[in-house]
Design a protein around this ligand. Structure first.
Ligand code: SF4
Ligand code: SF4
Ligand code: SF4
Length: 288
């Protein structure tokens, strides 16, 4: 019987150069896997692979050297441990994320939670081409948000409260953007220089800075044959509801207008950047 390589690829089994052998990509969300799942992955890699896994550049796990005749057994075995095969091809791929503010002291958002929500909404959705989401918890940008088709970065919209300030100057030193100066018992805040990193809020010993969680969203990033930094043209996004309305709109735009085999950035170029911005700005302003 002819092997349907396309169906296998869709289900995470990617053909190796070695005949009838596949590297199985697994579904991982935001780079997090439980120890229970790891046990099952270990067992399968040991029994059906060659006793090792490959960690991909996008936080996924692959088990190489799965034999064609073992594929169904491998799927059943993984399912027993709650491990799902991943996807490849023209659809929404693994959602990547850093650990965000649940673990990292620099984090401004719960990146893991945002990644899980994106995964629930869109993972494996069929599209004209591959589509990548990346979520990074702060301006340190460990997850390189702008290299994704849609990148999300956690920031803080900060406000200074003079009454709580003891004018120690710590926030002025912490600010790497030159947005803060201290003169005559005043903090001078040049918001035009602020990148919303939140370092002032995190460093202040008296909580004189208040920070409101927000998101910077970028569109059209590419990091393959063509390299393009995603465009972050919106003002700060202030709520999850607004964020997901924007991601719904962006992915629908690609679904509606993308040509087969065309990455999102090229669809935006072909249809018109101004038109795309108008659609996304309408989503941004959609009653939030
Ligand atoms: S991007 Fe920020 S929150 Fe995420 S791991 Fe890096 S420093 Fe931590
Ligand atoms: S949020 Fe960052 S850039 Fe803005 S004032 Fe605070 S430390 Fe400076
Ligand atoms: S770190 Fe806090 S207390 Fe110190 S100058 Fe800045 S706002 Fe004032």
């Amino acid at each position: 019987m002819a092997v349907d390589y396309s169906a296998l690829k869709k289900g995470g089994f990617m053909r190796q150069k070695q005949k009838n052998t596949f590297s199985l990509r697994l579904q991982v969300v935001g780079g997090t896997i439980t120890s229970e799942k790891l046990k099952k992955i270990y067992e399968v890699a040991d029994k059906y692979g060659q006793g090792y896994v490959h960690l991909t550049s996008r936080q996924s796990v692959e088990i190489p050297f799965i034999k064609l005749e073992d594929i169904e057994e491998v799927k059943l075995e993984l399912a027993k441990g709650g491990v799902n095969p991943g996807v490849c091809g023209p659809r929404v791929r693994t959602v990547t994320a850093c650990q965000g503010n649940t673990i990292c002291p620099s984090g401004n958002i719960d990146a893991t939670n945002i990644a899980e929500e994106l995964n629930t909404r869109y993972y494996a959705r069929e599209l004209p081409h591959k589509f990548k989401f990346g979520v990074t918890g702060c301006q340190n940008n460990c997850l390189k948000a702008e290299e994704n088709d849609v990148g999300i970065k956690g920031v803080l919209d900060v406000h200074w409260n003079k009454e709580k300030c003891i004018f120690c100057g710590v926030c002025v030193k912490a600010c790497r953007s030159g947005a803060l100066k201290m003169e005559d018992n005043q903090i001078l805040f040049d918001e035009s220089k602020c990148n919303y990193c939140g370092r002032c809020e995190k460093s202040c010993p008296t909580s004189a800075w208040e920070g409101e969680t927000a998101y910077i969203v970028s569109f059209g990033g590419l990091f393959g044959n063509t390299i393009n930094k995603g465009d972050a043209f919106l003002p700060l996004v202030k709520s999850e509801e607004q964020l997901f309305h924007i991601t719904d709109t962006a992915i629908q735009f690609f679904d509606d207008f993308g040509n087969a085999g065309e990455r999102f950035n090229f669809t935006i170029d072909r249809i018109g950047r101004d038109k795309f911005k108008k659609v996304i700005e309408e989503a941004y302003n959609g009653g939030f």
